[in-house]
Design a protein around this ligand. Structure first.
Ligand code: SF4
Ligand code: SF4
Ligand code: SF4
Length: 260
């Protein structure tokens, strides 16, 4: 009897859908992927949908009570749950909203429309990553994800191996490329704590790293703070830098301090 291929379903929550687009644009590699797995749901590229799947690949962050219920249902159905991209892994740019009271955010975006104050959509207007709601088995970082990394992770998963996600800082790859450090050019950068795997693409092209791939498992935050202080980076600049993609870590640090 022909062995059944693992069934993969894609889902999205609060996101720009750019990570799914990366997969939709796999080009010739898509043939290899479909040889290995059956894609049973993928709203961006097909009409069919099935709730019978082994691997759930989920893009987006969780922002509403209805998202929580939907995510728990997906988790129940899936043997393996993959968090796809920065929104799913850490909350990404929409997590910035967590730093202000809900009413302030609503007023800033929608002016002071009183009808919005009672809107249930805004009741829990806090962004969460997937693993703050359910167990996540595999993380694919980045904004957007890297297509090759997605294929490598999928291949590792199917072989029962550990997904090959680097766990060292962006600075390592940046140094290998012999880039002049942006701090020497009076710029700021999250490279010392950011997870590598992108080939230090931003500093290589003159843009600061904003840690879209999240932090390494054990970031040297104190050393990074020393660098920021040495170059006299203002507290405001530091906050801007750290809240773009990685406000999750600020929240977690504050929570840990309160619990101590
Ligand atoms: S991680 Fe970035 S590219 Fe991917 S869905 Fe979120 S915002 Fe879009
Ligand atoms: S530019 Fe950024 S990534 Fe490169 S060495 Fe400097 S701090 Fe590290
Ligand atoms: S250099 Fe930093 S911001 Fe740019 S892709 Fe890599 S991790 Fe993301």
């Amino acid at each position: 009897m022909k062995k059944q291929k693992p069934r993969v379903a894609f889902f999205d929550f609060a996101s720009c859908e750019g990570c799914q687009l990366q997969i939709a644009n796999l080009e010739e590699a898509v043939i290899d992927v479909t040889k290995l797995v059956d894609i049973v749901s993928f709203r961006e590229v097909m009409k069919e949908h099935s709730d019978d799947y082994d691997i759930a690949v989920i893009e987006g962050s969780i922002m509403r009570p209805m998202d929580v219920e939907r995510l728990k249902k997906i988790r129940k159905n899936a043997k393996v749950l993959v968090a796809l991209g920065a929104c799913a892994c850490i909350g990404c740019v929409q997590r910035m909203v967590n730093q202000w009271p809900v009413e302030e955010s609503i007023a800033a975006v929608y002016d002071k429309d009183p009808a919005l104050n009672d809107n249930p959509y805004f009741a829990n207007f806090k962004t969460k990553a997937l693993d703050e709601v359910v167990t996540v088995d595999v993380y694919i970082p980045g904004c957007p994800i890297d297509r090759d990394e997605f294929c490598n992770v999928l291949a590792a998963l199917l072989q029962g191996k550990k997904p090959p996600i680097p766990d060292y800082p962006v600075c390592v790859d940046c140094k290998k490329k012999e880039n002049v450090c942006l701090y020497e050019l009076s710029r700021v950068c999250m490279g010392p704590v950011a997870r590598a795997g992108c080939g230090a693409i931003c500093p290589t092209h003159g843009s600061e790293c904003e840690a879209c791939r999240g932090y390494v498992t054990h970031p040297e935050e104190d050393a990074h703070t020393e660098v920021l202080e040495k170059y006299e980076i203002s507290a405001e600049q530091i906050m801007q830098l750290k809240s773009m993609f990685t406000y999750r870590y600020i929240e977690e640090k504050a929570k840990a301090e309160v619990e101590q």
